[in-house]
Design a binder for this molecule. Structure first.
Ligand SMILES: C[S@@+](CC[C@H](N)C(=O)[O-])C[C@H]1O[C@@H](n2cnc3c(N)ncnc32)[C@H](O)[C@@H]1O
Length: 339
């Protein structure tokens, strides 16, 4: 007979439709048998961490499916409300035509010297975030040339596995060197939520560095300390001056980059923040909001499929290619067509 610890406290029907392979995974409602020999020598905390990890891994597909179903239900509800005239149809993100784009002179670096600070899941998420940055250039009025520095190791392996097309991506360089080797030190500015300096505007002659790390802010001050040690000035985005946030003001890499792109377009921080930062991060009275932890954007990134991003990453032209195309177009416009 099962011991009381082994008995599930969850109602039976909860696991009724559960796929067979998840049956052995312990759910949060279940009691843990710490005396089980397979946990020998482990602290209670370590056992809980292990079980949490196992549950996370085992339910990945379920969570993906639930996320997709939720999106589908929402689309269906919205469609009905639109039909009843109770909701305005969304126009979707403004799509900028390539000929309306103009490359900014501002360089952006994603500093990827942090692989050793991340677990596998976070490295995967980092890869998605870099893809999102690249994708954001596609719909930006003023896309920025990007350089992913100190690129290699596990992150490179994830890229090779998930997006081998990276080699053909335009307007973004992946280099093994650090930003100190690639750019003039005088031009470098490190972005950090921990900086004492607040950016009131962006200087397009500078090279802005974003820390390429997903850590739910476990390593507070890591990028700020790195920049200070290297003698590189730091700035934080002026979020506090424009918005009340429910959680800390530490954003994901892609949100920081998208905000910069929006600022280049509008020259208005508030507008840029409101367009990019997810609604749930604004101040709320929800007692479940934890003010001291970075939110789950990183997980949300992982949940969303990469297909929509992938479809957006191919067409971008580099400034040089754009110049050649413009020249060709100009020649065509001024040269009479031969019959
Ligand atoms: C997830 S955060 C990394 C947090 C990390 N613990 C650190 O030391 O910065 C990723 C990067 O986004 C940028 N970032 C995030 N929030 C920011 C803010 N409020 N202002 C400026 N940069 C920010 C920083 O470059 C940061 O390194």
């Amino acid at each position: 007979m099962a011991s009381p610890q082994e008995q599930s406290t969850a109602p039976e029907h909860e696991h009724a439709n559960e796929p067979q392979e998840h049956k052995n995974v312990i759910r949060p409602q279940q009691k843990i048998d710490y005396n089980d020999p397979k946990y020998a020598g482990m602290s209670k905390r370590a056992v809980k961490r292990l079980l949490k990890q196992e549950l996370w891994e085992a339910t990945k597909d379920e969570r993906r499916q639930a996320f997709k179903d939720k999106k589908k239900r929402k689309r269906e509800e919205d469609r009905k409300l639109i039909e009843q005239g109770l909701l305005e149809p969304k126009m979707g993100p403004k799509r900028i035509k390539p000929e309306e784009q103009e490359w900014s002179k501002m360089n952006v670096v994603i500093d990827c010297e942090f692989n050793s600070y991340m677990v596998e899941k976070e490295i995967n998420s980092m890869q998605t975030q870099i893809m999102r940055c690249y994708s954001a250039n596609k719909s930006a009025k003023y896309p920025c040339p990007m350089t992913v520095t100190s690129f290699g190791g596990d992150l490179e392996a994830v890229f090779d596995k998930k997006t081998p097309s990276r080699a053909q991506w335009k307007g973004i360089d992946f280099v093994a060197e650090s930003y100190l080797e690639k750019f003039d030190k005088d031009k470098l500015v490190y972005l950090s939520a921990d900086s004492d300096n607040v950016a009131h505007e962006l200087d397009e002659s500078k090279v802005y560095i974003i820390g390429g790390i997903v850590d739910k802010n476990r390593h507070k001050g890591l990028c700020q300390d790195k920049a200070s040690t290297q003698g590189i000035p730091t700035v934080q985005l002026p979020i506090g001056e424009h918005l009340q946030m429910a959680s800390r003001k530490v954003l994901t890499v892609n949100h920081v980059y998208e905000i910069m792109l929006k600022w280049l377009e509008y020259r208005d921080w508030r507008k840029a923040f409101l367009e990019v930062i997810p609604q749930r991060k604004f101040e709320s009275n929800n007692p479940n909001d934890d003010p001291d932890t970075a939110d789950n954007d990183e997980e949300a990134d992982e949940e969303s499929t990469t297909e929509d991003i992938k479809s957006n990453v191919q067409l971008l032209e580099t400034p040089q290619e754009k110049a050649t195309d413009e020249q060709t177009a100009e020649n065509e416009a001024t040269t009479p067509h031969q019959k």
